[in-house]
Design a protein around this ligand. Structure first.
Ligand SMILES: Cc1ncc(COP(=O)(O)O)c(C=O)c1O
Length: 346
């Protein structure tokens, strides 16, 4: 399988690379700013580009300052989520998920809150928004707990016009090679809070503020290097322009899948998925892209902790993903043809 990166996008990328070489800025330049502006237009949120989704999560956790405190994360996620909290010095507390959306359960999250809880990280699994995000956001706001959104899967996710990353304090997108918007590597911190993003732009740069390519101040001691380079940012500009094409392609394939699969994740009214994954339950498929997460991926399993998380273990056992990666070679077939191909034993 070759990831499609069509000719016109390659040509646009080469043209931007020429601009990078001509500018003499290989980092901290115009491409980074333009990429951030375009991402802001797309999500409606202030944006700060960083080296990875994990670096984005870690930066947000450092901003909140979770050292010595508890951070609630779902068990059903990639190790990046709990690991970011651990690297930021927190004690990780694992919460269960719902069977309907595979995302954090409000009820279980609330039951895990203590006086030491400083943050909750919700993961928008699979490309849509966690179904209980509004309740979780309200609870966190009332209890002065920082809500962080792991948006690594959520490019294009919307609920009544609200994008992933707009519910909590801040969110982090990943542009890792397999994601809906791949750059190879990269991440984007998003927030409604402009001051938080100003802080992030210093934090990613050893605390130095850069304005128009010039370091102007040294106002912060806690920063590190999470800068994205101009070559990756240039690719980001092309891919954010490409993203609508990718999303349309995935959404029209999802419409076909919706007619084939009854036992699947059903999106609530007003929700749009970016279809990082298409999740079905208890279905034998002739071709699949595995599971979003296996139980062996759970953070508590990696830490060797046997915990009572019934829904997480249930979904790990019962779900799998139909092939919805951009460029799947059967996507143009009819619903009938895809059904005949995918469903074993018809
Ligand atoms: C849920 C989740 N969070 C965070 C990450 C980390 O992103 P990155 O690889 O860009 O650090 C990933 C995947 O890579 C992920 O699937």
């Amino acid at each position: 399988m070759v990831l499609p990166f069509e000719k016109q996008y390659r040509e646009r990328y080469y043209q931007l690379l020429d601009e990078v070489f001509a500018s003499n800025f290989w980092s901290d330049g115009k491409m980074t700013r333009t990429f951030e502006e375009k991402f802001e237009e797309f999500t409606g949120l202030y944006s700060c580009a960083v080296t990875s989704g994990g670096a984005g999560l870690l930066s947000i956790l450092e901003y909140v300052n979770v050292r010595g405190k508890e951070v609630i994360v779902p068990a059903n996620t990639f190790w990046a989520t709990p690991q970011a909290a651990k690297k930021a010095g927190a004690k990780v507390v694992y919460a269960d998920c719902n069977k309907e959306d595979l995302c954090m359960s409000y009820q279980d999250m609330v039951s895990k809150v203590t006086s030491e809880t400083k943050a909750v990280i919700v993961v928008h699994i699979g490309g849509y928004i966690a179904f209980e995000i509004e309740k979780i956001a309200k609870f966190c706001a009332e209890h002065k707990i920082a809500l962080i959104e792991d948006c690594a899967h959520a490019h294009g996710a919307q609920w009544n016009g609200r994008t992933a990353g707009s519910y909590g304090l801040a969110g982090s997108y990943s542009f890792y090679a397999t994601k809906t918007m791949p750059l190879g590597e990269g991440g984007m911190i998003v927030s409604r809070d402009k001051d938080l993003i100003t802080w992030m732009k210093k934090f990613r740069n050893y605390g130095k503020e850069v304005i128009d390519g010039r370091f102007v101040t040294y106002p912060m001691t806690e920063g590190f290097n999470y800068r994205i380079n101009e070559f990756t940012a240039a690719l980001g500009i092309v891919q954010i322009e490409h993203l609508l094409v990718i999303l349309d392609w995935k959404r029209s394939l999802a419409q076909k899948f919706d007619q084939i699969f009854d036992n699947r994740v059903y999106l609530p009214e007003g929700m749009q998925s970016g279809y990082y994954k298409y999740i079905v339950f208890d279905q034998n498929l002739s071709e699949e892209t595995g599971k979003v997460f296996n139980d062996t991926d759970f953070g508590n399993e990696i830490e060797g902790l046997k915990l009572d998380l019934p829904n997480s273990y249930w979904v790990a056992k019962h779900h799998k993903c139909a092939p919805i990666y951009y460029g799947w070679d059967k996507a143009q077939l009819s619903v009938e043809e895809i059904r005949d191909f995918l469903i074993i034993g018809r």
